[in-house]
Design a protein around this ligand. Structure first.
Ligand SMILES: [Zn+2]
Length: 256
């Protein structure tokens, strides 16, 4: 691939890397920009601090749903913090529903949805994208909330939904992203064939560790080159064209 091309990592948790590994992520030339999401208030504060030191880091503020609910007071505190800092964020995220957490613990579904709705409402109010963690059966519920609040830009990250939901997301003009699991997951490869290149983003979700041929490897930017190469093969397009289009889509979607 042409070395002048730079990619954008559309979903990463930069605040979750240790300092040395984060330097490995940021001190290379493959990725030019990162959409760095947060998982709670502390994470949002850390992500904002990272972004203030490096203009290539674009922060998103939210609360990751795969954890026990916050108290009402702590949730309100996070929302007030987002309201105070909304001019610094490129998006609300990562937010969504607790697909994996509810396999271990009984959860208050109504309250999780209510909390998610308060974040989606923020995205609508500030007219910024919302970055969504929505897995399998949760996707239709999330789509409904996004539609209810007329959110213009929704990014379903590491997207894993059925074909009907995929078509619903795409026809509403939203985007989905794929991770390095495209190297070994047939489901992700099938998804890429279905999604127009103009609505597809790429991400590492780092520091998340991958499996298959990537087991034991640190999640670093070069993995996005492998993702682009695989998309190019599946779409039978030149790698440069794929990289250029995905970067263009990401810039436009996030107003970078
Ligand atoms: Zn994530």
């Amino acid at each position: 691939m042409n070395c002048d091309l730079s990619l954008i990592d559309a979903h990463i948790h930069l605040d979750q890397y240790d300092e040395a590994t984060r330097s490995l992520v940021t001190e290379q030339s493959i990725v030019s920009d990162w959409i760095s999401v947060s998982t709670d208030l502390r994470s949002a504060e850390r992500t904002l601090a990272l972004a203030r030191n490096d203009r290539r880091i674009h922060p998103a503020f939210g609360w990751h749903p795969e954890q026990p609910l916050l108290s009402e007071e702590a949730h309100e505190q996070l929302l007030r913090w987002i309201d105070r800092h909304h001019l610094s964020m490129v998006a609300v995220g990562e937010v969504g529903l607790p697909y994996y957490y509810r396999q271990q613990e009984a959860v208050d579904e109504v309250l999780y949805e209510k909390r998610l709705e308060s974040f989606i409402e923020r995205a609508s109010r500030y007219d910024v994208p919302v970055i969504l963690h929505g897995v399998y059966e949760d996707v239709p519920t999330i789509c409904q909330l996004v539609e209810k609040h007329s959110v213009r830009r929704a990014h379903f990250h590491w997207y894993k939904g059925d074909e009907r939901s995929t078509d619903r997301i795409l026809s509403n003009g939203h985007v989905v992203s794929v991770t390095p699991d495209i190297l070994y997951k047939e489901r992700t490869r099938e998804l890429v064939k279905r999604v127009p290149l103009e609505q597809l983003l790429i991400e590492t979700d780092g520091p998340w560790p991958y499996e298959g041929p990537l087991r034991g490897e640190a999640t670093l930017p070069h993995l996005l080159m492998d993702v682009v190469r695989t998309i190019a093969q599946l779409k039978r397009l030149p790698e440069e064209e794929v990289a250029t289009q995905i970067t263009r889509t990401t810039r436009r979607f996030y107003d970078l």
